[in-house]
Design a binder for this molecule. Structure first.
Ligand code: ADP
Length: 451
């Protein structure tokens, strides 16, 4: 096992990773930008190194400075968290070259799955259903229109290197596709440095259901069940839960087996997520693989009792998985609300500022992962997520009740938060009865509710 781990991230995930390190008896190094000097993740680490000015590009994405911080502090391993450098194969490579263990999959696997068209090809060849679409990236708008004609409209244009819901366009007919193609290409080029696009059939009312996998370097792969992530705003997740409402044990087993097969097909090592779209007839289709810890890993931890971050570190240290598939049990129901410093009534407009009051309830089945406290400054430089409120209980209705009570008991002042939005979701009759899909927020939240 390592002696010291550097956490190349900030906010709640940096604090979460440090907790796992402390439990394993490892020393921790935080890195921080000049805007984060007084942040919680800096205060909770054993050591901390400033890696640059506030903009992400100059600090949390600054590979040279992060590698230097590892060298200066003699860290043996780097945990990248999510976002930032977590899915950058050149960073994973740079760590390896400098003799620092990257807590994540091998660089070539990150690169392969980071190309979403290539990921679809590999997974399809392994016999797993993928959303019908172009065989690879399309070469130009004519190629895209040919695929559109084959699939039938509407179709989705997606960036090969996409993420975070950016670069996605829905085209309803050939003229519309032509109109959107250049827009999507330049958005993808600006956001990801790669303008290549692929085309997928647009599924009308799917659910987003994903499966967590763990794979060690000794060839063992297991799945930890599924997460329901259909509650989204502009293709970004807002609330997640596990298990997914209405998923039968046989569907869970089939999705789990498909996820394990996908991980095996790409030679996966460490924690990863296989994302599927699920239709209302129980058919599921691969959309992409995330080769890192996810924000919503918490709900899986609550229902399986497995500490996924701890497993990640142990896998990176060469240890075998501590759980076999047959010994993974699913217990109760967990829900996560992503608390953003944003105005839920105004399109999630960010609400930066100083948190003047921060008091969170605690009790059985309540977990709050956060990187802020009273006095913290929420900066507009970074993602507005300030905390994840996670509630577990024996059944879904009880977990909903516990979440409502927890959110009502939170005292947050100085910034706007998504607590009112989350309460509206939790109180919605469609949500409560599990009748959800990826359009829930835009179609169901505002409308008159059935009695
Ligand atoms: P990103 O990597 O940018 O998050 P994804 O491919 O994971 O993009 O898709 C994000 C979301 O967009 C999904 O959760 C789903 O709501 C929607 N989506 C993606 N592909 C399709 C599709 N083919 N049909 C309908 N909705 C889709």
């Amino acid at each position: 096992m390592f002696g010291k781990v550097l956490i190349a991230n900030r906010g709640e995930i940096a604090c979460r990773i440090m907790q796992a390190c402390r439990e394993l008896g490892l020393r921790t190094v935080a890195v921080f930008s000049e805007a984060d000097r007084n942040s919680l993740h800096v205060q909770t680490a054993d050591e901390a190194v400033c890696i640059g000015p506030p903009p992400n590009k100059e600090s949390y994405l600054n590979v040279a400075n992060i590698i230097s911080a590892c060298k200066v502090t003699r860290a043996d391993a780097v945990h990248p968290g999510y976002g930032n450098l977590s899915e950058d194969p050149t960073f994973a490579d740079a760590c390896q070259e400098c003799g620092i263990t990257f807590v994540g999959p091998p660089a070539h696997v990150i690169a392969r799955m980071g190309d979403k068209a290539e990921a679809r090809r590999v997974v399809r060849e392994a016999g797993i259903p993928v959303v019908p679409g172009s065989p690879g990236a399309v070469s130009d708008v004519r190629d895209a229109r040919d695929i559109g004609a084959q699939l039938g409209y509407p179709v989705m244009l997606k960036a090969v290197s996409g993420g975070g819901g950016r670069g996605i366009r829905i085209a309803h007919n050939p003229a519309h596709l032509t109109q959107l193609f250049e827009q999507a290409r330049s958005e993808a080029r600006a956001a990801f440095g790669n303008g290549h696009l692929y085309v997928e059939k647009y599924l009308e009312q799917p659910r987003h259901v994903e499966v967590q996998v763990l794979a060690d370097a000794h060839g063992q792969v297991v799945h930890l069940g599924e997460r329901e992530c259909s509650i989204q705003f502009r293709h970004q997740k807002v609330l997640e839960e596990s298990p997914a409402p209405g998923v039968s044990s046989s569907l869970r087993r089939r999705m789990g087996e498909a996820a394990v097969k996908a991980a095996e097909a790409v030679g996966y090592v460490n924690a990863g997520t296989i994302e599927f779209l699920l239709d209302n007839r129980g058919r599921f289709y691969f959309i992409e693989m995330n080769t890192r810890i996810q924000v919503e890993h918490t709900v899986t931890e609550m229902v399986t009792g497995i500490d996924i971050v701890r497993e990640q570190i142990k896998i990176a240290a060469g240890e075998k998985l501590s759980c076999e598939q047959g010994r993974i049990w699913f217990n109760g129901h967990a829900i996560e609300c992503r608390l953003l410093a944003a105005d839920g009534e105004r399109g999630l407009l960010p609400s930066p500022g100083t948190i003047t009051r921060w008091a969170v309830p605690c009790g059985p089945g309540v977990r709050v992962d956060t990187g802020v406290t009273a006095g913290s400054v929420v900066s507009s430089y970074y993602d507005p997520m300030i905390a994840k409120v996670v509630c577990w209980d024996r059944t879904r209705p009880e977990a909903i009740t516990r979440m409502e009570a927890t959110l009502r008991g939170m005292q947050v002042e100085g910034i706007k938060t998504t607590i009112p939005l989350h309460l509206r979701i939790l109180r919605n009759a469609y949500f409560r009865s599990g009748r959800i899909d990826t359009h829930f927020i835009e179609r169901r939240l505002g409308e008159e509710q059935p009695v």
